[in-house]
Ligand binder design. Structure first.
Ligand code: PLP
Length: 395
């Protein structure tokens, strides 16, 4: 009988994409929509990155190329990580992938047996539990609670470790909360990983987008290099979402397994994009710091404006470009609030449950949008907040 494999029924999509689809539908009916649902910088890579891609194409760099990525790019990633994260890895530890999501997927496929347990943050990136389930493994959420300022709770995690626990996923700065894990929390997580001999999958895709202090990679803690995989890429730090470029930093035996995954799936990442990626990492034009400075300005203004909305409460995120708003004061559910925002105010945002059950009282707004858009969005939200002041509060 012809059928779809059962693993497909346990995987799930992303809330952001369904809100985006409805927002597009409204736009096609002539409605004005401010898109704050997608996690996509409203910047583009600098001119030298575009020129490098064009030159590589003109030079015929459009062939199959090394499976793990161009040696020059892998070396450049190592230099970049030393400069920006003070970690020492060699190009041999790095495997280039078509996006962070693919890097995450292949890393989990390389490490998990059916029935293994994966500890992951809730709320968190929807791919973590979905990929886990798709591989026949068991997702085990740990809560990022507002009472803990969205930091992982070490004792909760310790209690949830069993002999089947194989991977601990960390994501700092985190999507959707914007939390940067403290040094103490990361040290504690590293100690748990060593004690229970776990793999750590450190999703560092937002590492460059932080608003205070120095970034601490999980790889910097004792005995982490032998058990940690860093997932990172070009989508957020270099505003290159559509280029589909990511990478994994892994111990040698895992890097070899990831190359085997590449051979059996994508073969290699498009050669000319890898030349452009070298240029992006060098960032001679200062594009990344300029973009982050702009996000910092927007964060300041947008969080301030959101906190003026009746029923909304938002702590300024320490990293990434999301405002994670506690909407309990509105008296309504996040789904109701998002429906009013989209249908009546033309502001697209995501109900927090899209990031896991612990997100149910929150709404995520991306502030990777112009200051003018954010000001207009805040004004529109303020206007429709009368809806929940009149009807939702006190129900
Ligand atoms: N990890 C996190 C935490 C993300 O927020 C995202 C994208 O939103 C990804 C991974 C996937 O990134 P990419 O676009 O490189 O596949």
């Amino acid at each position: 009988m012809r059928s779809i494999a059962s693993r497909m029924s346990v995987m799930s999509g992303e809330g952001a994409l369904s809100v985006f689809a409805r927002a597009k539908e409204l736009e096609s009916q002539g409605r004005s929509i401010i898109h704050l649902e997608l996690g996509e910088p409203d910047f583009h890579p600098g001119p030298s990155v575009i020129e490098s891609a064009a030159k590589a194409l003109a030079d015929g760099k459009d062939r199959y190329c090394p499976v793990a990525g161009l040696p020059a790019l892998r070396e450049e990633v190592a230099v970049y990580l030393q400069r920006t994260r003070k970690i020492s890895v060699s190009g041999a530890n790095i495997v280039i992938a078509p996006g962070c999501k693919a890097a995450l997927f292949f890393a989990m496929m390389a490490l998990l047996e059916p029935g293994d347990e994966v500890l992951y943050p809730d709320p968190g990136f929807p791919g973590y539990p979905s990929i886990t389930l798709g591989l026949g493994a068991v997702p085990v959420p740990f809560e990022l609670a507002s009472r803990n300022h969205f930091q992982p709770d070490l004792s909760e995690i310790a209690d949830k470790i069993t002999r089947r626990t194989r991977i601990l996923i960390t994501n700092s700065p985190g999507n959707p909360t914007g939390t940067v894990y403290t040094d103490a929390v990361q040290r504690g997580l590293a100690e748990l990983a060593v004690k229970h001999d776990l793999w750590v999958l450190s999703d560092e895709i937002y590492a460059r987008i932080i608003y205070d202090g120095e970034y601490l990679s999980m790889l910097r803690y004792p005995r982490m290099p032998e058990r940690t995989l860093i997932i990172d890429g070009f989508s957020k730090s270099f505003a290159m979402t559509g280029w589909r470029l990511g990478y994994t930093v892994a111990p040698p035996e895992v890097a070899a397994a990831l190359s085997m995954m590449a051979i059996n799936s994508y073969t290699c990442v498009a050669e000319f994009t890898q030349y452009a990626a070298i240029d992006a990492l060098r960032d001679r034009e200062g594009n990344t710091p300029r973009m982050v400075a702009e996000f910092a300005r927007r964060r300041e203004q947008f969080v301030h404006d959101l906190n003026k909305v009746p029923g909304f409460r938002c702590e300024p995120p320490e990293g990434a470009f999301y405002a994670w708003v506690d909407i309990r004061g509105t008296g309504g559910s996040a789904e109701e609030v998002c429906r009013i925002l989209l249908e009546e105010a033309g502001v697209a945002a995501i109900p927090g449950a899209a990031f896991g059950p612990s997100g149910k009282d929150f709404v995520r707004f991306s502030f990777a949008s112009s200051v003018a858009n954010l000001k207009e969005a805040a004004a529109r939200i303020m206007k429709v907040s009368a809806a929940w002041q009149g009807t939702l509060v006190g129900r």
